[in-house]
Design a protein. Sequence first.
Length: 751
Amino acid sequence: MKQLFSFFLILFYGLSFSQKIAIKQFSEKIDFNQIESLVQHLTSEIPKKYDEKDKSTYYDNIYRVRMVAGKYDLALKELDSVRSIFIDSNSMIANAMGTQHEIYIKTIVNPDAKNNFEYIYRTEFKKKYETLPAKSQIILPLYFKGDSDKIRKGLVDLLQKEFIGKDSVDVKTALKLCRDYNGYIVVKKSFHLANQYLKEFDAENFMVKDSILIKNKSNGNISIRVVVNNKIKKAESTIIINTIYADEDDINDAKMKASYGYNCVYIYTRGKHLSKDKIEPFEHEQEDINEVIDWIVKQPWSNGKVGMIGGSYLGFSQWSAAKKLHPALKTIIPQASVGIGSMDFPMNNNVFGSYSLRWLNYVTNNKTTDTENFRNEEKWNSVYKKWYVSGLPFNKLDSISGNRNEIFQRWLQHPNHDQFWKNMVPDKEEFSKINIPILTITGYYDSDQLGALYYFRNHYKYNRNANHYLIIGPYDHSGAQGYIKDELLGYKIDPIAEIDLNKICMEWFDYVLKEKNKPTFLKDKINYQVMGTNQWKHNSSIENFDEHQLKFYLQTQNNQFVLSQSNSKKNGFSKLNINFENRSDASELIKQELKVLGSTIYNKNSLTFSTNTFEKPLEFSGNFSGNFKISVNKKDVDLNIKLYELLPDGKYFLLSSYVGRASYSQNPGKRKLLIPNKKANISIKNNEFVSKKIEKGSRLVAVIGVNKNPFFEINYGSGKEVSKESIEDAKEPLEIKFYNDSYIRIPISQN
């Protein structure tokens, strides 16, 4: 539910408001009582000067200005205009948005409001509540959050900063003052009443128990929240969400799941919410989830069947639970599932990422989540930059951030994909015994796609009769969890890709838990959207994507780096030198933005290889692979590859990427160092699956280089444990040769 806010909180920050509004000049201090006259003046001027191309943003701002001005009829019309924009894409949110203002307006315009505000407000609240669809009722609490004291303090701070001693303000500042003042009035006068009524009305539909503790086998506690659908008159199936992101809004999400005719239980990772245990992410899910399932099936509202759903950490937890499959667990829907260990987090092919520390602070700093710290992009970028510039070992990153992190240090002790990581997810034998129906969802640009596909591939590898479906399309990490963006990092996705994943998931639960029809969207085991064609395709096996491939060798021809389909110069090589001691690129690396579709690419510390233009279009569907013949003057190296389509118009379309440590390329569980200056075979695999139509006149471009940036630990090649290496281990610059018999393979669909 947290990501729901990004849909309906429409902000005006960052827009261009160059026009000024003249104001009465204030002295050193503004009395709070003077705000009303100031905002009344601003509300008369803003409509004359405020212009915004995005209509949803315009109406969202202007109706609040009308409220402050007392033009309530006009405010309601403009609020309806905002809703109408979103009604087709998300009617649940469109129906609920602005309810806090609509009810307040309809109360305040009543002639008797001054003498009988509370009675009239309750009447209007009940009237509105009963007209809303059930799912819109459930999310209403999100619109009645606010602290009037905090808003008042913010108003005073804004006045002191932007209005003292000035004779004019820009439209952006004027809008913020009016919005915040309107919020202050509405929150102070009505939110305490609204939240009281919400609890009363809600109790008719749901029984909520939000402080249950269950004993685990380690004599600790597991904290859970339970929502039972009161409209169900018999024992029913239960949907479980296991999460480390404890949040009060989880109750709303649980009610949403329950509204489909289920009961819902939120399980919190050991140590979170009310649990007093230590917080140790990923380590106890298998044991604790099964303890809770044991408890659920004994409840009078349970029919003995449960299903699980959730994304990212929540997706991982479902696979952890499946290690020792509980008889009552009938299905799982893992979305964007973390591939714990060397798969994708905290390592990518055995290379630790700096983000892992930021995430650990997010989930271990307190019993809920440290959102303010996590979202402080400037702070974390400065930490990464400071570490990068310092040349200190990666294991000092937490100290540089200000606090040593026990879990971060524990993780760094396991650079191999060893038993520590293997204990958290199914092994070969356990995969073979997972016979429940499963629906996996991920995206081409999902940061945990590698994990999601690891589970999918291994389930079929060790259980040929697995009943496991996959949906994959042009989605990022949040998109794969149902929050699909129509524009993704510069790329406007095909309209057909904008599917309702939540609807499909609930249909899946009905299919498994209520023996209804399978979702019609699922035409075969693998359902993938081919970017650039506005169509979905379907396949029975992920192995089929490797049947047809194009092979390109890394060649140097006429001082150009070429992807050639023939190995004409077998004894040649392309050489790259990297000076690890040079950190002058820190700022430009921090500023790099990931783009799916962009005008430029970043190719420093890399060689850029390109094919000739394609004379006809083709479909790239699957994972690229390769085998690099390299020699390095050190004992190890971390490689990175980005594969692009260079479009006829000169723009670059990101297809897939790879980061990996050469010494683990054959076996992620055992490191085998390179022999300096001796030729070695490096297997390239475990990169992102993608499906896209490659246009006629396009080229494939492979940017192949060495990892040297603030977002990953740096492998200096000494052969020591990489997290303990420092810039002092760099010594002479790295020299790497990519021999001409190195190649990459591109999967091409013949369908």
